[in-house]
Ligand binder design. Structure first.
Ligand SMILES: Cc1ncc(COP(=O)(O)O)c(C=O)c1O
Length: 309
């Protein structure tokens, strides 16, 4: 029986229950977990154990060589010059905005169809999020909406590559260039996704990733990163994430503690090697679930284009 037939059956059952004097019962439908992290991690546990032991033996818990190794690997995976490990994806967005000079009184254009962290990061900088609507086909930023939100206070745009579907970046980048705006990509849900041959996160001034456990590339706890090709931005973010230090105990600017930890970096290095395979399995499964469904036909189109993750 197809998924659509199953769903129709359960809908009919709910309607019948509603007509009866008794409260409706739970429809008898197959429960499929959205994400089974236990199964996802099972084949990797021995590798995790070895890597975590290595971190413990070297005591490199906060920043350090495991983080530097992962930063190099992730930058190379994305096709970017640098990656800067962060404590989580929200820190990544916040510090990228700060490093780009966004502050009090500034406006940053983004979308409401995202996780709250995108707008939160803007308000952390005392700037104001200005929302533009999304395209109903892709659910990502509609570039045609940008012009009417532009004011003299606009300093940056944050397109969000939601559910692995990249935003339509070319017109967004063109608009930003024409108006002197920075572009920070929220790629928290798009590790490995591509837009016209370029990886999500590498097209603007900075690309921000979350490695929250449920993400396509997930840590065994909290972690995040920013990728950039700009060495000055990299330096700024390295200072901001580490108490504003330019070198040990020289605090050149105000900063925070937003460092990535060594255990998460070691685990992420292992999981990164399996990311392409995991992403293609996700596409395959999305196509399976989508068969025969009108809404999922749209999703299937995105998957068939080979760009979404
Ligand atoms: C689109 C988006 N942006 C930002 C974030 C924030 O990432 P984190 O939870 O690692 O702080 C998330 C994560 O949930 C997200 O989905």
């Amino acid at each position: 029986m197809s998924l659509s037939e199953l769903r129709l059956r359960s809908v009919r059952r709910v309607k019948l229950d509603l007509n009866s004097p008794d409260p409706p019962t739970t429809p008898n439908i197959m429960k499929v977990p959205f994400l089974d992290l236990k199964a996802h991690h099972a084949p990797l546990t021995e590798e995790f154990d070895r890597a975590i032991r290595e971190v413990i033996e070297s005591s490199a818990f906060a920043g350090g060589p495991f983080v530097e190794k992962f930063e190099e690997e992730f930058a190379s995976f994305c096709g970017s010059s640098y990656a800067i490990g962060m404590g989580n994806g929200t820190d990544a967005l916040w510090l990228a905005l700060l490093a780009l000079g966004i502050g009090e009184g500034d406006e940053v254009i983004t979308v409401p169809n995202t996780f709250i962290a995108t707008a939160e990061a803007i308000t952390y900088c005392k700037a104001r999020p200005v929302f533009v609507d999304v395209d109903p086909e892709t659910f990502t930023m509609n570039p045609a909406e940008l012009e009417k939100s532009l004011t003299t206070k606009t300093k940056a745009i944050i397109p969000v590559h939601l559910f692995g579907q990249p935003a339509d970046m070319n017109p967004i980048l063109e608009f930003a260039r024409a108006n002197g705006l920075s572009v920070i990509e929220d790629a928290a849900q798009a590790h490995g996704a591509e837009y016209k041959g370029r990886k999500a996160g590498t097209m603007g001034d900075a690309g921000c990733f979350s490695f929250y456990p449920g993400k396509n590339l997930g840590a065994l706890g909290e972690a995040g990163a920013v990728v950039t090709n700009d060495p000055e931005l990299r330096k700024q973010m390295q200072m901001l994430r580490d108490h504003g230090q330019s070198r040990k105990y020289y605090h050149s600017t105000m900063g925070w503690n937003c460092r990535m930890d060594g255990i998460q970096a070691a685990v992420l290095s292992i999981k990164l090697r399996h990311l392409d395979e995991a992403n293609s399995l996700r596409r395959k499964h999305a196509l399976e679930y989508g068969r025969g469904e009108v809404r999922a036909a749209r999703l299937s189109r995105l998957c068939r284009s080979g760009t979404g993750t």
